[in-house]
Design a protein around this ligand. Sequence first.
Ligand code: ADP
Ligand code: MG
Length: 351
Amino acid sequence: MIEDKNPSRTSISDLGEFGLIDHLTKNFKIKHSSTVKSIGDDAAVISFENECVITTDLMVEGVHFDLSYMPLKHLGYKAVMVNLSDVYAMNATPKQITVSIAVSNRFPLEALEDLYEGIETAAKIYNIDVIGGDTTSSNKGLFISITALGHALKEDIVYRDGAQDNDLIVLSGDIGAAYLGLQVLEREKQVFKVNPQSQPDLSHYSYIIERQLKPEARKDIPELLKQLEVKPTSMIDISDGLSSEILHLCKHSKVGAVIYEEKIPLDPTVISTCEEFNMDSTTIALNGGEDYELLFTIKQEDYSKIKANPNINVIGHITQEKEVVHLITRGNTKVEITAQGWNSLHKNKEN
Ligand code: ADP
Ligand code: MG
């Protein structure tokens, strides 16, 4: 379905491992003084004066992405985003990443160039140094693992376990779109299998497809909160869906929560696509994943500082009832929420 923009094929083995690493990383520029030694030695050297936060994500072909509709450039970009999102969710600033890849001989050099173009673009936009990684072969498919390092003052770090009774639950942006984008891409893939000549018009779905293929980490939210002088009491990023993330916050903080259906922010494309697919938009918002929005709690007294901001919405509040999360529906009924977050381990078992 995605046009092959790089029809030439250079075998990776022609360059050898060191030639390959040099070739892929030659354009990376060091931006931070905390990066003392980057690619090229046995290990990188970092010098942080404050706390260092570290996070890793591993993405596996066929489990986390499908290259029949995920262009490699976007995959590189997204692999960086999912890690940066975790750093922002600690209220920290990402500074460096390492990139490890395993590829089968199905991938030519040009494919890895595309992957690294996406990584480089993300590193430029988000002001990140690429300081190392590992390169190896796989028997089948592509694996990409990125580790991100960030820094923060000790007193600024926000954990999952700080939510307290009566705190407000706040969400950045809107949710559900990335999951629906995936549904549209999956549908088109099936259509394409039957009729490879089909030229689908996906312009109507551009927002939700972009949310799936080119997510952005919410760099702006920790900055905004600092500016507003609001320190969240707890925070998490939405990778697996709102319901499972709220349950994580509640579990770690030993509290419960109430959220209001009418307050869950949805993009109009999510609503129209849900109608088309005959899906319930609230179910999608609660259980879809990969939105990479930030979910956090704040003290009631901070409400006046955030209420005017269109980028963040209060969707509920924390309660004393341990690990019990209720949804108040538009019809004013109370339903208990259980986690059905997108879970690649479950998906694997079904295959
Ligand atoms: P070693 O054998 O000592 O682990 P490598 O030959 O794997 O070293 O790597 C050489 C240098 O290139 C190291 O600085 C490493 O961090 C970096 N590197 C290796 N693979 C990648 C990659 N895929 N992306 C970025 N840097 C990499
Ligand atoms: Mg190595």
